[in-house]
Design a protein around this ligand. Structure first.
Ligand SMILES: [Zn+2]
Length: 250
């Protein structure tokens, strides 16, 4: 069986295409699922924990785009009338939009640091910083890690806005208008959760494709899961077509 092919680039990273193992091993209930997925897919460029939040989210966006394209179609519920509310957005447009916070940040300089209006100097928060703060339930740890010059405990609201502006996440409020009651409302879009949920929804199809290939070719589970997603789907379609033709002939 050929291994997954067609590596693609995202910023300074090279990622490989998803194969069946990546999809089969995905645990949608695990908050670290996006992490685990990226760790498996990144070929070169290194340490996920050292990525800034902005770099990390843009890697996830590259994975999403390779799978589903740039357009995100999501369904939620209207906060006013509880009817279904569809949102549609372009990942590229979302990534290009300024972050939700309004703050004047100077930088980054050649060291990658930013200067706040009050004279403090910060660096962009990394995935490792956030993980550590979450594990220790200590948001102050994140501020202390990222403030390079000045008081990390002063004006936390300004500091948090600066940290967000230094590495804008692709977790954003998108404005949507309900088609039923016309209420305009912010809808929270979280790319990491959306990517994991999109893959998890496809699990019944993955199992069906695995079943068809195992029956048709007698391959082992490992062999089937080593196929990349496009090849697996193409072969499963052939199996379906063959079965349909056999049914017509019978
Ligand atoms: Zn409504």
């Amino acid at each position: 069986m050929s291994p997954a092919r067609d590596p693609f680039s995202a910023g300074r990273f090279r990622l490989r295409a998803l194969n069946g193992s990546d999809e089969f091993l995905l645990d949608a209930a695990d908050p670290r699922a996006p992490h685990a997925l990226l760790r498996r897919l990144v070929l070169e460029g290194g340490d996920i924990d050292a990525l800034t939040i902005a770099e990390y989210d843009r890697l996830l966006a590259a994975v999403f785009e390779a799978l589903y394209g740039d357009q995100v179609e999501a369904r939620t519920q209207c906060a006013a009338c509880s009817e279904p509310l569809d949102i549609s957005l372009s990942l590229a447009a979302l990534a290009a939009a300024p972050p939700d916070v309004a703050i004047e940040l100077a930088g980054p300089d050649e060291r990658g640091t930013f200067l706040l209006p009050d004279g403090r100097r910060i660096r962009a928060p990394t995935v490792g910083d956030v993980e550590h703060a979450v594990r220790s339930a200590d948001i102050a740890a994140l501020r202390h890690a990222c403030v390079l010059e000045g008081d990390a405990d002063a004006d936390p609201e300004l500091l948090d806005a600066a940290l967000e502006a230094a590495a804008p996440a692709l977790t954003r409020d998108v404005t949507a208008t309900c088609p039923h009651c016309a209420a305009a409302q912010p809808v929270r879009f979280d790319l990491a959760n959306f990517l994991v949920a999109s893959l998890a929804r496809e699990r019944p199809f993955l199992l069906r494709e695995m079943h068809l290939l195992a029956r048709a070719y007698g391959w082992s589970l490992a062999e089937i899961l080593s196929l990349n997603r496009d090849d697996r789907r193409a072969l499963a379609r052939l199996c379906e077509a063959e079965r349909a033709a056999a049914r017509r002939a019978a």
